[in-house]
Design a protein around this ligand. Sequence first.
Ligand code: V47
Length: 356
Amino acid sequence: MVNGERLSFDDGLALYRSPDILAVGWLANYVREQMHGDTTYFNVNRHINPTNVCVAACRLCAFGRKKDAPGAYTMALEEAWASAASGYTEAVTEFHIVGGLHPDLPLEYFLDLVAGLKERFVQVHIKAFTMVEVSFLAKRAKLSIRETLEKLKAAGVDSLPGGGAEIFADRVRHIICDHKIDGGEWLETARTAHQIGLRSNATMLYGHVESDEDRVDHMLRLRELQDETGGFQTFIPLAFHPANTALDHLATTTGLEDIRQIAVGRLLLDNFGHIKSYWQMVTPKMAQISLRFGADDIDGTVIEEKIYHDAGATTPQGMRRADLIRLITEAGRVPFERDTLYRAVMRSEDSFTIAV
Ligand code: V47
């Protein structure tokens, strides 16, 4: 490990089962510091969720609604463009756009949404649509995954977020997200995105009905694809929030489980540049501690979060740039404002430039 050797499936299991969390954390921190020193990444971003209408009805989800159900919404394009500009005055460098699988919205809606954002916010990077959404849009438009991704890219999508991966094992998917694409299709969509020059992230939803074996299998499948394409930027473990979901009988994750997951991710995914501890999911306090257990990124300002807050998250919906800097600095690390592609952002008041 310390000599750079690649870890095996059994090594992954041993890391989950070791009673010595400080040793596991020490190793992950060692790797993190070899890669990034004290540098810790964050960005100034805004989430946009154009619709919560979804045909999938995943048990893990508290966000999706049937079309006519109370609370269902779909933004008109003008509304989505206006929402992009609302919130904080600090200029955002990224729009993170994900939503439900709407039965009626055509691919053109999403192409127009993205093109309209690019027109209005020329400098802002658009990280949009999970592999699950791309696959759904392709089927609806009767296009291949590649054609769909090419159209989205031409409209202005710059990269893809990491959602929808959940846990790749079929047994688990049948329980938590029965109607979603399977693990193989998720990986194949990511492969195609990387092949046409779109980078993406990768997530793993943990803390529900999965086993340690399922988690290790998930990460090793990501590692294998990364060996092939090099297109993943960041791995983001997402802690399951059970409230208001069909799995609300399950307990939430504990602090040590969250910390260990970050550390095991850092150690197994030796070919991933970054491990993100998403403060919305694990709380700002845990995200801060995770900066000593393998994480080098805490995500961004977010501004408005719906998916975990519908599932009972008690974290703030957004944080200011200064709050993120404080979390990082007080962990003894050096804050680095990045754009989505990890380039330095130079900022003055309400404008920014990116080092290329
Ligand atoms: O795929 C849904 C998860 C994901 C719940 O790429 C839930 O930079 C917990 O992928 N409890 C979407 N999790 C969010 C996502 C993401 C977030 C931040 C940054 C990036 C990135 C990606 O949220 C879904 C699913 O795994 N999710 N419901 C829930 N009840």
